[in-house]
Design a binder for this molecule. Structure first.
Ligand code: ADP
Ligand code: MG
Length: 581
């Protein structure tokens, strides 16, 4: 074949492919345009998971009739004049590519009216071919309709995920912009159902509530820090709230969402030793810095950035996180951080001296306790409270769920389920090489799983084998279980297998060891004695002894506390024998 220049339609489809990968990319570009136009309200309508219709209406500055046809041309932008401007970008867009790209892979129309004129104008583009501009009646602002996305690029259509996944991507994208721009009113309707609405009142915590529910929103810790010209704000989860993957970590740099592994690792460093291995915080963080400190022209979708002073950004972020965690959750021996009502020396009965303590328990707000991931050199860790527990003398069981034990300094209340989980987990981790004892089933048991879970199991077969499962692929979504870990011997084999996939779908951890640890933690949770089981004094003694022998006895593998310590000192204060220090 001879060398030739590609016809413009093909060239523009190739270019479009870089910017518009999926419906959510269209939504992203249109939201950014609306924000750049100064919109105070952005309304988004999605049908057919974005493949049938994406409509975005904003009340921003609008585009004049004369400029409308230029707006949809490639490399046409009002946001950049000279090459030098590239290093001073204050808008979200600057490449002049989005509208042209969207127009080349859909049936597209844009209707716009500037705030100054009485008429609106409309332009239609189909697969890159633009119609003439026509005057129409329209409210001020801009309405973009994108129909039949990728109708002329069937290969793209095929690569799209299930509708639910595409919809979820759009949901999470819009919510994140809503969080980043709390003064803008966002409304998102998917398939004619209201899926997000914000008030534009500037209250970010309110929007967090929409994202994660009121309870978590209330618990999220606020981050506010500055390091030179770098300002960091946002919210992070306390150590008691965590997720099994990093998907809930979002960064905005100068108002644009970015994916940056170094930012994520700085955040995780801030949590170092405060979260269990394989658990991740929720975080929504906004970094602001002078435009010239960050290069946003690295990637067509503008999702990656480069920092001029990356060390400063990294360290600043890590410190900000650590500071927020420590400020709200002092990493001190928690026996002294229990509240003493200092107002009057003796709390009245109404005030319930233990009230906030009980509330903490209910909310499972774990006190930050050091949890040492296996294999990490303790000397490299910041000084945190001693993680080992002293020798304990069990004194009895409470509510069939907790063990009371006496230690050299006061009373320990142990959650029997969490403690047993921890014990099993460490035993599992220790013995998994070479292999975990497995129990062969007398008859193999066949299990049908939904496709998404079947995929997860199929991918993890080698790990499962290491853990004592013997599982074979039997049909498209069917597996044959021949053996299970002996630890799970009294669970139905199919339940044992299901335990592994719950909450595991779409896990994206690239680290084998992490996946393994997570599977093991899940097995242990299932195998551990439950709350509500009465256990004999002998069993209590063994449980306490086994816990004492653990590497990280103070938390369960999911990071919740296994025990609460009421020191003699605390008891004395609570009984009014000693005043507050
Ligand atoms: P970019 O945003 O990179 O400049 P686009 O292709 O997204 O490129 O948009 C081209 C131009 O069209 C923008 O520079 C802007 O002037 C105008 N424009 C696009 N969308 C809007 C909108 N919603 N409101 C006002 N102007 C818009
Ligand atoms: Mg744009």
């Amino acid at each position: 074949m001879s060398i030739h220049i590609l016809p413009p339609e093909i060239a523009s489809q190739i270019a479009a492919g870089e910017v518009i990968e999926r419906p959510a990319s269209v939504v992203k570009e249109l939201i950014e345009n609306a924000l750049d136009a100064g919109a105070k309200s952005i309304t988004i309508r999605i049908e057919g998971a974005g493949k049938n219709l994406i409509e975005v209406y904003d009340n921003g500055c609008g585009i004049s009739g004369e400029e409308l046809s230029l707006a949809v041309e490639r490399h046409a932008t009002s946001k950049l004049n000279s090459a030098a401007d590239l290093f001073q970008i204050g808008t979200l867009g600057f490449r002049g590519e989005a509208l042209a790209s969207i127009g080349s892979v859909s049936r597209f129309s844009i209707t716009s009216r500037t705030q100054q004129t009485g008429t609106g104008y409309r332009l239609q583009v189909e697969a890159g071919l633009a119609s003439a501009v026509q005057p129409v009646g329209a409210p001020p602002g801009t309405l973009v309709r994108v129909e039949n996305l990728f109708f002329n690029v069937p290969a793209r259509l095929k690569f799209l995920k299930q509708d639910t996944t595409e919809r979820r991507q759009i949901d999470s994208l819009v919510t994140r912009y809503a969080l980043a721009y709390p003064l803008v009113k966002f409304q998102l309707r998917q398939e004619n159902r209201l899926s997000l609405q914000t008030s534009g009142n500037g209250n970010r915590r309110e929007i967090l509530g929409v994202l994660y529910g009121a309870e978590i929103a209330r618990q999220m810790l606020e981050v506010i820090a500055s390091d030179g010209e770098i300002h960091i704000t946002g919210f992070i989860s306390p150590t008691s709230v965590s997720r099994s993957n990093r998907r809930e970590i979002t960064f905005f740099v100068n108002g644009r969402p970015v994916q940056d592994p170094t930012l994520i690792s700085a955040l995780l460093k801030g949590y170092h030793t405060l979260l269990m291995v394989g658990r991740y915080p929720i975080g929504v963080l906004f970094l602001e810095m002078p435009a010239e400190m960050v290069d946003v022209n690295v990637h067509p979708t503008k999702a990656e950035v480069r920092f001029r002073q990356s060390d400063q950004v990294f360290l600043g972020l890590q410190n900000a996180i650590r500071k927020a965690l420590l400020a709200y959750n002092p990493v001190a021996n928690f026996t002294t951080s229990l509240p003493w009502q200092p107002q009057n020396s003796f709390p009245t009965s109404q005030e319930k001296p233990f009230f906030s303590w009980e509330k903490n328990l209910e909310r499972e707000e774990s006190f930050p306790i050091q949890d040492q991931p296996p294999g990490i050199n303790p000397s490299s860790q910041p000084v945190l409270p001693e993680s080992r527990v002293p020798l304990l003398r069990p004194v009895g069981q409470i509510a069939s769920a907790y063990l009371a034990a006496e230690g050299p300094d006061g009373l320990y209340l142990i959650d029997q389920h969490a403690a047993h989980e921890r014990i099993l987990f460490e035993r599992f981790m220790k013995q998994k090489d070479p292999t975990v004892p497995a129990q062969r089933l007398l008859e193999p048991s066949a299990v049908d799983l939904p496709p998404s879970q079947a995929r997860v199991i199929a991918e993890q077969l080698p790990i499962l084998e290491k853990l004592g499962f013997e599982v074979e692929i039997f049909g498209p979504h069917t597996f044959l279980i021949r053996a299970i870990p002996s630890l799970l011997a009294d669970i139905k084999p199919e339940d044992a297998l299901r335990v592994l996939v719950e909450d595991f779908e779409e896990d994206e951890s690239p680290f084998q060891a992490e996946i393994e640890a997570r599977i093991i933690a899940r097995i242990c949770k299932r195998a551990a004695i439950k709350a509500g089981m009465t256990i004999s004094p002998e069993e209590q003694r063994r449980l306490v002894q086994d816990l004492e022998a653990c590497q990280s006895p103070r938390t369960c593998p999911h990071g919740r506390p296994t025990m609460i310590h009421l020191s003699v000192d605390l008891l004395e204060r609570q009984f009014g024998r000693k005043g507050p220090r």
